[in-house]
Design a protein around this ligand. Structure first.
Ligand code: ATP
Ligand code: MG
Length: 177
């Protein structure tokens, strides 16, 4: 990697939706990096129980939250899945601004980027029992407090698109097309 980009970093997640755990990592990485790329993984999926929100909706959640927090040294890049793991890193690289460092605690992501020669840094999990996309979606369906697990700007975006209504309308099942 070209040394000029040695302080350019990547974090990648599905952000279904963006929650406080993601934000802990994003804040830390944006602070430590000259530039942070936030990759929106599984970008092609939406309207399923695991992936209710579109890449564009997730983009807006991230953008509005970072604006509210005054973070400006970032890019957001939607990245579609590629079901061929041996070339996944090249695929991510082809879509994103240059980066030298990857923050992840996903063993699979860590392994693939390490093999490709990137500097992979561990990112600790914050309050994982509460701060997980699965828990946020569970609470939305159960009419429990999900709002306290996500940044205020995410609540606004989800309310505007009736995200909870969308998730509930699937009734726990994905579409059969
Ligand atoms: P889901 O339950 O839908 O899989 P998730 O909470 O695991 O959601 P993802 O969108 O899958 O979040 O993104 C995964 C990445 O987000 C992880 O590799 C990790 O780096 C980061 N992440 C997720 N939850 C936390 C957390 N509580 N603290 C810190 N980082 C987190
Ligand atoms: Mg996950």
């Amino acid at each position: 990697m070209v040394s000029d980009f040695s302080k350019y970093s990547l974090v990648i997640g599905r952000f279904q939706p963006l929650h406080m755990g993601h934000m802990e990592v994003i804040r830390k990485c944006a602070d430590e990096s000259e530039h942070l790329t936030i990759g929106i993984g599984s970008a092609q999926y939406s309207h399923t129980t695991e992936n209710p929100f579109t890449a564009g909706e997730r983009y807006l959640m991230i953008e509005e939250t970072l604006k509210a927090e005054g973070i400006t040294n970032y890019s957001i890049v939607p990245v579609e899945d590629l079901n061929r793991y041996s070339v996944w890193v090249s695929h991510v690289v082809s879509m994103c601004p240059p980066f030298a460092c990857v923050y992840s605690n996903n063993p699979f992501t860590k392994r693939l980027f390490t093999e490709a020669g990137f500097d992979v840094k561990a990112s600790p999990l914050y309050n994982r029992a509460m701060y997980s996309g699965t828990e946020v979606r569970r609470r939305m369906i159960a009419d429990e407090d999900w709002q306290s697990l996500v940044p205020p700007a995410v609540v606004t975006v989800i309310d505007k698109i009736d995200g909870v209504g969308r998730l509930k309308s699937f009734n726990g099942k994905d579409a059969e097309l």
